[in-house]
Design a protein around this ligand. Structure first.
Ligand code: SF4
Length: 333
């Protein structure tokens, strides 16, 4: 990973995670700053500069460390929260909402993991039921975990907190750290998958489907539990055929009992993200479909089309032996 500049907040310059990151990067010079927000995103940096010129910021997450997820984010009737320990991503999916979310694609690592975990513990202790904590809302949970080194700390914490469930969501195949750890019933690595043809077209710079399936197989063989996100589902005239092949291939390498859930979500954009997609990827096939403004002001396919696509994929999942109870619709009405 090559960064143009590395900015470190004074208050975390001695943090053990900061020191590990800096040691791994072996960067000649760092710039000490007061607060990340004094520099990060102060001047709009075009999203596609991530291809050639990325800075790294290391700091402390402040304010609300754990947030409630939007509705329809996970299993219904369970509590869902997300935590943020990083901003931005080294991959470049054409539909990625990060392109309209931050005004810079620079990478940010927050290293106050002990404080984030203390907040998770507080919420878990207040609950008698299963309570979920999702990582990867503003980044890919595993892509840079070899550099950030926090995984073991999180997994060890969840080992002692059985009613709290951790979801680490990824498109990477960076599972080396994981394979060194013991599997737990409350730690789920979840993979976002799209059929190979679509992944090649839209998930730029990510590992191909075959590699993601290989990573799932290795984790399953080691006894880990896995989640799947078929999200975003993008229309293609052969989408049912493409999904059928992918679902069959996935279930050939992943025992159903180790699959915790499958979430299905059709592609959607906020107005700002849609504008950025048009600007950054004007020739993308993504833009070839008709979209409408939907119930939550997001831009989506029209409702009958969405429901038909979701129903088709759900029945393919059930047909491949996935229990219907494990399938939920993400961010749908
Ligand atoms: S992997 Fe996720 S966070 Fe990274 S570019 Fe793709 S959609 Fe965005």
């Amino acid at each position: 990973m090559v960064f143009e500049k590395i900015f470190v907040e004074e208050q975390v310059k001695e943090n053990p995670f900061t020191l590990k990151i800096l040691q791994a990067l072996n960067f000649p010079e760092i710039v000490l700053i007061g607060k990340i927000e004094d520099v990060f995103g102060r001047v709009k940096k075009p999203y596609l500069q991530k291809r050639t010129n990325l800075n790294l910021f290391i700091g402390k997450k402040e304010g609300e460390l754990i947030k409630k997820t939007p509705n329809a984010y996970g299993f219904l009737n369970e509590k869902h929260y997300f935590f943020v320990h990083s901003y931005n991503c080294v991959y470049e999916c054409e539909y990625c909402y990060l392109q309209g979310y931050f005004s810079s694609p620079d990478i940010v690592f927050f290293v106050n993991h002990e404080e984030i975990l203390a907040e998770i513990e507080r919420l878990a202790l207040q609950s008698n039921d299963r309570i979920w904590f999702h990582a990867g809302e503003f980044n890919d949970s595993l892509a840079l975990s070899g550099l950030t080194c926090e995984l073991e700390t999180y997994v060890n914490f969840f080992r002692k907190t059985p009613n709290a469930f951790l979801e680490l969501r990824t498109k990477s195949v960076n599972i080396k750290q994981f394979l060194k750890l013991e599997p737990l019933p409350n730690v789920i690595v979840s993979f976002s998958l799209s059929p190979e043809k679509q992944s090649k077209k839209y998930d730029l710079k990510t590992p191909c489907l075959a590699l993601r399936l290989k990573a799932i197989k290795k984790l399953a063989e080691k006894g880990f539990l896995v989640g799947l996100h078929f999200d975003p589902i993008i229309y293609d005239e052969n989408f049912a055929e493409l999904y059928k092949t992918m679902i069959t291939e996935t279930m050939e390498i992943l025992p159903e009992k180790q699959l915790v859930y499958v979430s299905l979500g059709v592609v959607r954009f906020t107005k700002e993200v849609f504008f950025e997609v048009q600007k950054n990827y004007p020739k993308s096939d993504l833009l070839a479909s008709e979209f409408v403004k939907s119930f939550d002001n997001k831009i989506r396919y029209n409702k009958p089309q969405r429901l038909w696509m979701l129903k088709t994929i759900k029945s393919l999942c059930v047909g491949a032996g996935i229990s219907e109870k494990k399938i939920y619709l993400c961010m749908e009405e």
